[in-house]
Design a protein around this ligand. Sequence first.
Ligand SMILES: [Zn+2]
Length: 124
Amino acid sequence: MISNDTIQKYKKILEEERTVLETELQKIGVRNPSNPSDWVAAKGSDEAFGADRNDNADIFEEMQDANATISKLEVRFDEVNRALGKIEEGTYGICEISGSEIEADRLEANPAARTCKAHMHQSL
Ligand SMILES: [Zn+2]
């Protein structure tokens, strides 16, 4: 079993990471009004395209870059939130595939890990 101290240590790490991710997301994105767990590029959401075609192309490119970054941040943000949720539920550190305990060094490397080493490359 993972000790409570270890869980508290990871909880702190995860909470800090969540804050960092949220800050990063807020810099380039806004929450999708119709789905608050989804983020979209801030640019282009309201400040729409103008008459200048070159400007529009630039805005479009920036939006694409922002959306690509947001997607990556969002994946991690969800993982971190999920791990924090598991700490609340008392199921933290359990492989989602086999139900066995996740190795200590794997959690050390990634406190948001969802699977044990045997299943780390398996899609969930
Ligand atoms: Zn497993």
